[in-house]
Write a protein of this length. Structure first.
Length: 374
């Protein structure tokens, strides 16, 4: 049997390949080429570095792939699994197809038109990092929760620099109060605290990444988990085929625990994208209250039988949390408006690709409500 016609690719397991991927891969239509699975480990302007069963290669997408891609999100991103052609005796590869993404982390592209920009694919867990000594801000954590959940990844809250804090448990409690179902783990790289609690999220083949404000300790966390200094974004040292050390730019690599760490510059500065699902999950308590208001279209201002007002008055709902709910709702509505305007231009192309209509009535309802407010 031709090496390329294998039905399983154990070589790729260290990058997170599993039986489900074997199935996804088998479902790719034939391209009349010898293809093999690979994972994108770095992205340059028009090139990728991919990890293949036979080592790393530089790759580009095929002409056909580029022709079919309608938006930036259709191109591979770091963390994506692809089917690539690897011509013999050539150090380059050609990407012909993208495997289905399990999760994606998106960012709004700069400029007036909000545009999906993929900053990481197939991430299982995103560590939302906040530091225990400075800059403590539950509202910011809520915003990160929205962005992470929207793409389908599991959020875990890491409270760093526990060595600098007299009462980490107090912060753990506060954090749990805004996200009861999310694991909250105090850690300290300096005093080697919290390693065991992190272990369940760092099992072999799981892909993880970290996001959080500048200075909270993301690089330090990575170095701590890697057991050696590792400036991931700048590049890491590796042995090449001749055993020499070379520095290679990589944004995805395997930790000693066997977990795969994804660290793209965009991960560090997540912003809200049209995050209706993540927003609802993050504020599910308020959504539940709102659904028991007497009036279906209650604006929670001075209406009779408003459950949200009641909760605010009784102290059951934190006014700051409610304010953040409204603020992020307005931001999402603003984005949705822009999207609607831009969408008119895009609609034709998207319909041609069989895309679903933009997530529907609910968002339009929000747009209608908030259009007049700003
Ligand atoms: N005491 C203490 N200091 C820490 C710990 N982790 C990080 N720091 C310090 O916090 C500062 C910022 O850490 P970084 O790891 O560079 O933070 P970062 O989140 O990567 O910052 P950006 O690269 O700007 O995104 C450094 O001076 C670290 O030494 C810790 O566990 N305890
Ligand atoms: Zn109400």
């Amino acid at each position: 049997m031709n090496e390329y016609e294998k039905t399983a690719w154990p070589e790729m397991e260290s990058y997170g390949w599993d039986e489900e991927r074997d199935k996804d891969y088998a479902a790719i239509p034939p391209f009349g080429k010898k293809l093999a699975p690979a994972r994108v480990v770095a992205q340059f302007s028009h090139q990728y570095r991919i990890a293949t069963p036979w080592g790393d290669r530089l790759a580009e997408v095929s002409g056909k792939f580029a022709f079919a891609a309608a938006t930036p999100g259709d191109y591979p991103a770091v963390g994506d699994w692809v089917a690539a052609e690897m011509p013999d005796g050539d150090s380059h590869a050609i990407v012909h197809a993208l495997l289905p993404r399990r999760t994606k982390i998106m960012r709004r592209a700069a400029g007036s038109r909000p545009d999906e920009q993929l900053i990481g694919a197939n991430i299982d867990t995103v560590f939302i990092v906040a530091s225990l000594n400075e800059d403590w801000n539950l509202r910011r954590i809520e915003r990160y929760l929205i962005a992470v959940r929207e793409g389908g990844a599991e959020p875990v809250l890491l409270l760093t620099k526990a060595d600098l804090c007299d009462d980490p448990e107090r912060y753990v409690r506060e954090t749990k109060s805004i996200a009861p179902e999310v694991p909250v783990i105090p850690v300290s790289a300096r005093s080697d605290q919290g390693r065991e609690a992190l272990a369940p999220f760092l099992s072999p083949g799981k892909t993880v990444g970290a996001t959080g404000s500048s200075g909270v300790g993301k690089s330090t966390l990575l170095n701590w988990l890697a057991g050696e200094p590792r400036q991931s974004v700048q590049g890491i040292r590796e042995d090449d085929a001749r055993g020499r050390h070379t520095t290679t730019h990589r944004e995805l690599f395997v930790l000693p625990s066997g977990a795969v760490w994804l660290d793209t510059p965009g991960m560090r500065e997540l912003q809200l994208w049209e995050a209706e699902d993540g927003w609802q999950a993050t504020f599910s308590d308020i959504e539940a209250l709102a659904s028991s208001c007497r009036f279906r279209d209650c604006r929670h201002e001075s209406e009779q039988g408003c459950a949200v007002r009641e909760a605010l008055n009784s102290g059951a709902l934190d006014p700051a949390r409610y304010a953040n709910y409204r603020k992020t709702e307005r931001e999402l509505a603003r984005l949705a408006l822009k999207e609607q305007r831009a969408g008119k231009r895009l609609a034709k192309g998207e319909a041609a690709r069989g895309a679903k209509p933009a997530a529907g009535a609910r968002r339009q309802w929000r747009v209608a409500i908030f259009e007049d407010e700003d």
